[in-house]
Design a protein around this ligand. Structure first.
Ligand code: GUN
Length: 300
């Protein structure tokens, strides 16, 4: 039976370390500040943004909570971004996705000052990551890297399979795993919807990161015994009694029979993603106010 990787406790330890970095910034007369902009047609987005605001408050990070009507003009959103870019008190800035159809999220991301881009979605930050000198690492893959490090998983020389090639998780995850750096040096395969015989690929892997957005895609029969399994999926599915439940991209019960260690859903990757947004906000504040914040970085 696999060990359960407790993302909540690993994230809590990180937040405690980060609170020390916040104190150093406050001692240097700058309280880190995160601005979130919400213009999403998806009701779940409001919950996500509220959680980000609560996380900031808990750590002593100031936040701005900007909410725009979903039918506001794209120009209004762009002006909001421009104002927050210019505001010297704001260190980190994110626009929660999705945005309404009349707004191009790519234009939104490119409008954000790369120094304030704590999601690490701006092409400059993506490019730096791929080139091997990241400024900010995207929150979910970075959180997974930290989770593996905290669990004592050595990625160097390991065979890793990333299932999913999204801009937010799959692609940057693969980039981090192949970096010549701590938390990298893995032989990494990226699988996706056109992959032939997914199970044949995942069965070779010491580390499987499931991030396809397909409920219970990876089951125990697709795993090498002892593999480390990281489940990024959050899928709400109907149950037989007409209710619903949250499941990951991994069929948990069968996978835990084969795996050496596995993340649960919820309580695995999710809390790490949230912690890494705080991490990037503190890092952004240190960089823009020239304060050495001495961030914990287990994975390099
Ligand atoms: N929507 C879903 N995940 C994310 C994220 O990590 N950042 C932003 N800005 N929007 C999201």
């Amino acid at each position: 039976m696999a060990d359960i990787i407790d993302g909540n406790s690993i994230a809590a330890a990180l937040r405690t370390d980060l609170a020390g970095s916040v104190d150093r910034l406050v001692d240097a007369d700058h309280r880190p500040t995160l601005a979130t902009v919400l213009m999403s047609p998806d009701p779940a987005s409001e919950t996500y943004v509220s959680m980000k605001q609560d996380d900031c408050e808990e750590l002593g990070i100031d936040s701005r909570d900007v909410r725009l009507d979903t039918d506001a003009a794209a120009a209004t959103l762009f002006e909001t971004i421009d104002d927050l870019n210019r505001d010297g008190d704001v260190d980190g800035l994110l626009v929660q996705s999705p945005v309404p159809d009349h707004v191009d999220y790519r234009e939104v991301v490119e409008r954000i000052d790369p120094m304030k881009d704590v999601d690490a979605f701006h092409p400059e930050n993506v490019g730096r990551l791929v080139a091997g000198y990241p400024r900010y690492k995207p929150c979910t893959p970075h959180g997974i890297q930290q989770l593996l490090a905290a669990t004592g998983v050595d990625t160097a020389g390991a065979d890793a399979v990333v299932v999913g090639r999204s801009r937010i998780v799959g692609k940057p995850m693969a980039n981090l795993l192949i970096q010549r750096a701590p938390g990298g040096n893995a032989t990494t395969t990226v699988c996706h919807s056109h992959t032939d015989d997914l199970g044949a690929k995942t069965r070779q892997a010491d580390i499987v990161v499931a991030a396809a957005g397909v409920p219970e895609l990876v089951d125990g029969s697709m795993l090498k015994p002892g593999a480390v399994v990281v489940d990024v999926g959050i899928n709400r599915v109907e149950t037989d009694d007409g209710g619903s439940e949250l499941v990951g991209d991994v069929a948990f019960e069968s996978a835990r029979e084969q795996a050496g260690a596995i993340t649960p859903v919820p309580g695995g990757v999710g809390p790490m993603t949230r912690a890494m947004l705080l991490y990037n906000t503190v890092k952004a504040a240190g960089l823009q106010h020239d304060v050495a914040v001495d961030l914990p970085d287990l994975a390099g």
